[in-house]
Design a protein around this ligand. Structure first.
Ligand code: F0G
Length: 460
C-alpha cells in the first residue's frame, strides 16, 4: 500500500484504553454466538469499533475538568447556565432545552407540533427522526436531490435538498407541514454537507409559506467546515461565523450532542418561538426532567458546553475531515469502492460492488460486516438491505433500498492514522479474495428495526 501523508492528530494522548485483541478462531465462535450480527458482540471483543461516531468521542482534559465542576442542583444549576450560554452563543436562538440525547429532542419537538395527518420534509431523515414522526401517524418525506443517491458524482454538496421538489410538495401538502427539517450533514446520504445557498433557498421557501424551519444539527460543525472549504465566498470566514450564518436562516434546531459536541451523552432543542418553547418544556417535564437539566446530569451539561467550542476548533476540524478522507484515499489505493466524496464522519463502502457475487437478497452489506469482523476484529454497520429492506405485502418479495452500504463511522479523536491503515488493510485483504465472503440468510427477525436483533446464518 502506497502511503498518502496522514493528517497529524492535533492532540497528544494522556489516557489510554486497551483494545480487545482476539484470534480469528475466537472471532468465528463469537460470530456464531451472536447470530452473525455484530450488534450482538461484546465491545471488548472488538479491536476497532466503527459502528458509530455517536457518543464515542474522546473527551478533552478541559471537558473532564468541567465534569468535576458539575452543579447537580435540580433547578437552576450553574452548569445549565453555562450550557445555555454556549448553545446560544453558537446557534443564536433564544430558548435552549436540554434532553438526554438527540432522539429525545426529536420526540419533545414532534409530540408538540405534529397532528394526525402531518408531514415533515427533510433532505433525508435519520432513522430515529423518521421513527419519531411515523410513530405519531405522520409522514417523514425525503426530498434530497438525485446526487444524494449517486455514489460516483464528485459534487461538493450532495446533502442539498431539491428545492423544486420541496415547492411541489408544499403546493400539495403545505397546510399539513408543521416544520421543515434539514439534516446537516446528511448522515443517511453518505455524510454529505448542505450548502449555505441551499439552506438560504429552503429558508426562503419556508418563510414565504410561514412554515417553521429547523435543523437536525448533529454534525453542524463538520457541515460548516465543508462550506468553508467548498462554497464560494466563505474561504476566509471562521467556521463559527459560518455556523452562525447557517442557523440565522432557521427557527430552531434539534441536536444530538453525541456527535459534534464531543460528548458521550446529551442533546437539546433550541428555538426562538416562546409559545412553542413553553409547550416543549411542559412535555419535557413529563418525560425528560425539569427544563434546567432535561435528562442530563449537571456534569454532562458542562461537558457539552466545553465540547461545543472544541467541535468548532478549526485545527480539530481539519484533522477530523482529513482523517476520514485519508481512510478514503487508502481505500482508493487498494480498489475498495465507496460513496464519493468521503463524508464528514464516515466512509460508506459500496458493498454490492465489492462483493458482486452476492445477490441483494443474500445481503452483501451484512455479509461484509461479518467478513470485516472475522478478518480483523473491526466492527462496522450495514446501511442496506437488512436495515432498510421492506417486504411488499402483496407479493411477499423484499424491496431493497437504492444503496447497499457499509458505514465505517470514525469516532472523534479516538483512533490514529495507523488504525486507519489497519482498517484499509483489512478491507484490502477482503477485496483480494471477495468470493470467499459468503452470502447470508435471516433466520430470526423482529417486526421493527430488525438489524439490531435479527439472527443470521451464512450460506455455503
Ligand atoms: N439525527 C441524526 C442525523 C443522527 O445521525 C442521529 C444519531 C440522531 C439524529 C439521533 O441522535 O442517537 O443522540 O438519539 N445517529 C447515530 C448514528 C446513532 O450512528 O448515526 P441520538
Amino acid at each position: 500500500m502506497r502511503l498518502i501523508p496522514p493528517p497529524v492528530e492535533p492532540f497528544r494522548i494522556k489516557m489510554v484504553e486497551s483494545l480487545g485483541w482476539t484470534t480469528r478462531r475466537e472471532r468465528d465462535k463469537l460470530l456464531q454466538a451472536a447470530g452473525f450480527n455484530v450488534f450482538g458482540l461484546h465491545a471488548d471483543k472488538v479491536l476497532i469499533d466503527l459502528l458509530t461516531d455517536s457518543g464515542t468521542s474522546a473527551m478533552s482534559d478541559r471537558q473532564w475538568a468541567g465534569i468535576m465542576m458539575g452543579d447537580e442542583s435540580y433547578a437552576g444549576a450553574r452548569s445549565f447556565y453555562r450550557f445555555e450560554k454556549a448553545v446560544r452563543g453558537i446557534f443564536g436562538f433564544t430558548h435552549v432545552i436540554p434532553t438526554h440525547q438527540g432522539r429525545a429532542a426529536e420526540r419533545v419537538l414532534f409530540e408538540t407540533v405534529l397532528g394526525k395527518n402531518s408531514a415533515v420534509p427533510s433532505n433525508i431523515h435519520f432513522d430515529t427522526t423518521r421513527a419519531n414522526i411515523e410513530v405519531r401517524n405522520a409522514r417523514a418525506v425525503d426530498l434530497a436531490g438525485a446526487a444524494a443517491y449517486d455514489p460516483d458524482a464528485l459534487l461538493p454538496f450532495k446533502g442539498d435538498m431539491d428545492t423544486a421538489k420541496l415547492e411541489a410538495f408544499l403546493d400539495r401538502n403545505g397546510g399539513r407541514v408543521p416544520v421543515v427539517m434539514l439534516t446537516v450533514t446528511n448522515n443517511s446520504g453518505g455524510g454529505q454537507p448542505v450548502s449555505l445557498a441551499n439552506i438560504q433557498r429552503v429558508a426562503a421557501i419556508c418563510r414565504r409559506r410561514k412554515i417553521p424551519f429547523f435543523f437536525d444539527a448533529c454534525r453542524f460543525a463538520e457541515n460548516a467546515w465543508f462550506i468553508k472549504q467548498r462554497e464560494k465566498g466563505y474561504g476566509r470566514w471562521s467556521v463559527r461565523d459560518i455556523a452562525r450564518k447557517m442557523f440565522s436562516f432557521a427557527d430552531g434546531a434539534t441536536m444530538s450532542a453525541k456527535k459534534d459536541a464531543l460528548v458521550n451523552m446529551g442533546g437539546f432543542v433550541t428555538l426562538n418561538d416562546p409559545d412553542l418553547a413553553g409547550r416543549i418544556k411542559n412535555n419535557l417535564i413529563i418525560g425528560e426532567g425539569f427544563p434546567t437539566y432535561g435528562g442530563l446530569s449537571g456534569r454532562d451539561l458542562e461537558a457539552i458546553a466545553q465540547g461545543l467550542h472544541e467541535g468548532l476548533d478549526e485545527a480539530y476540524l481539519e484533522y477530523r475531515t482529513r482523517q476520514v478522507a485519508y481512510l478514503g484515499g487508502l481505500l482508493d489505493e487498494v480498489g475498495v469502492p465507496y460513496f464519493k466524496p468521503a463524508g464528514g464522519h464516515a466512509i460508506y463502502v459500496l458493498a454490492d460492488r465489492l462483493l458482486p457475487h452476492i445477490p441483494r437478497d443474500r445481503y452483501p452489506g451484512w455479509a461484509l460486516t461479518v467478513a470485516l469482523y472475522r478478518e480483523s476484529g473491526i466492527r462496522a454497520v450495514e446501511i442496506g438491505g437488512v436495515m432498510f429492506g421492506r417486504k411488499n405485502p402483496k407479493t411477499g418479495r423484499e424491496v431493497f433500498p437504492e444503496l447497499e452500504l457499509v458505514r465505517l463511522a470514525i469516532p472523534r479523536r479516538v483512533y490514529t492514522a495507523s488504525h486507519m491503515i489497519f482498517v484499509a488493510e483489512a478491507l484490502a485483504s477482503i477485496a483480494r479474495k471477495p468470493e470467499q465472503v459468503k452470502g447470508i440468510r435471516i433466520i430470526e427477525e423482529p417486526r421493527f428495526l430488525r438489524h439490531f436483533t435479527a439472527r443470521f446464518e451464512e450460506i455455503d
